[in-house]
Design a protein around this ligand. Structure first.
Ligand code: AMP
Ligand code: ZN
Length: 110
């Protein structure tokens, strides 16, 4: 499959890896929007939050548990999790991913 994040997970494209387990992969964003900006993606490919269903929903909870663990390890107590779904919401890579942003006061959004 011609998917950037699948290639990163497979090691075919280099990444600055933060964490990996059997279900997910976390790596630093190449164009950080905050002093700490990493992405967490399921190893199973699906495009976006619009494709979450009974078959794949469990990995979303797992990803939030990983985010809680990683932010604790990094000493981060305040952070924002962002999941863009669809081009009009700013999604540019169509393999579901969760941005974790921290390290500065994060402004409002809309
Ligand atoms: P989104 O716009 O929500 O789809 O987020 C995609 C994110 O992937 C952006 O923040 C990009 O900076 C990031 N990104 C694109 N290519 C890479 C890469 N090779 N390594 C790490 N992050 C990347
Ligand atoms: Zn993919």
């Amino acid at each position: 499959m011609d998917c950037l994040f699948c290639k990163i997970i497979a090691g075919e494209i280099p990444s600055n890896k933060l964490y990996e387990d059997e279900l997910c992969y976390a790596f630093y964003d190449i164009a950080p929007m905050a002093p700490v900006h990493f992405l967490v993606v399921p190893k199973q490919h699906f495009a976006s939050a619009a494709e979450v269903n009974g078959e794949n929903a469990a990995v979303i909870g797992h990803i939030y548990a990983v985010i809680a663990k990683l932010t604790k390890e990094l000493g981060i107590s305040s952070f924002r999790v962002v999941n863009n779904c669809g081009p009009d919401a700013g999604q540019t890579v169509f393999h579901i991913h969760f941005h974790v942003l921290a390290g500065k006061t994060l402004g409002g959004f809309a």
